[in-house]
Every structure is written in C-alpha cells, then in structure tokens.
Design a protein around this ligand. Structure first.
Ligand code: ZN
Length: 122
C-alpha cells in the first residue's frame, strides 16, 4: 500500500487496531521518497483507548489517523522540517532533547483547542 511503510508499523501499538489515514500516509511516503533517508516510525495511529490518548481531555492528533512521530535528529531533522513545511504539514512537534528524539507531523486543519498551523515542543 505504501512504498516505505508496512501496515504493521502504522497500527496502534496498544491493541494493533488499524486506523491510519491513507491520504495522510501517502504524503508521508512522498516525503520519505524525497528525502531518501529512513523514517523510523515511533508512533502512528493510536486508538482512543491507547494510554497516551486516554489521559487527554479529548483524543489527540494520533487518534485521527493523521499523525506520525518520526525518529530523526540533527541534520536529518533539519531537512525533514524544511521538506515537511514545503509539503504542507500543518502540525509539527519537535522533540530533540535527551534520548528520545523525534518529529511529529500531522496535516489536521484548525479546530477548537487544536490550532493549525502550529509548531510545538515537548
Ligand atoms: Zn489501541
């Protein structure tokens, strides 16, 4: 279905439910193709019962199926950010401190309690 990603790595890690949005994932696939380096996906779809979603007031971007966290750092993180902005991703979360380094991408539209476009850190 995707050139670079298996359904397995995109499912909910809590219950193996599949819920990634195919149109969103096509954009990620294209970005991966353009950049030419591996995108280890640390989190993609998360069902509303996933522990990280269940503790929120309302399920977050990952529960929509239109978000991924990509383990990337340094120069590759810089290249990824530039390409993601060019590609129109509207939600960009940057975690680049300590052992767990990743960039969150989503393409959600502006909504109550979830402004877009938006950049945040963790
Ligand atoms: Zn789940």
């Amino acid at each position: 279905m995707y050139k670079y990603f298996s359904d397995k790595e995109l499912e909910c890690k809590h219950c193996e439910a599949e819920g990634i949005d195919p149109a969103f994932m096509q954009k990620v696939d294209k970005l991966r193709d353009k950049l030419g380096f591996p995108f280890p996906i640390t989190s993609a779809y998360r069902c509303p019962d996933h522990p990280l979603e269940a503790r929120k007031n309302a399920p977050g971007a990952h529960a929509s199926g239109r978000a991924v966290d990509i383990a990337v750092r340094g120069e590759q993180a810089h290249r990824l950010l530039q390409a993601a902005l060019d590609a129109g991703f509207t939600g960009i979360g940057v975690s680049q401190k300590g052992g767990v380094r990743f960039i969150h991408l989503d393409d959600l539209s502006d909504s109550e309690g979830r402004p877009r476009p938006h950049v945040w850190s963790y």
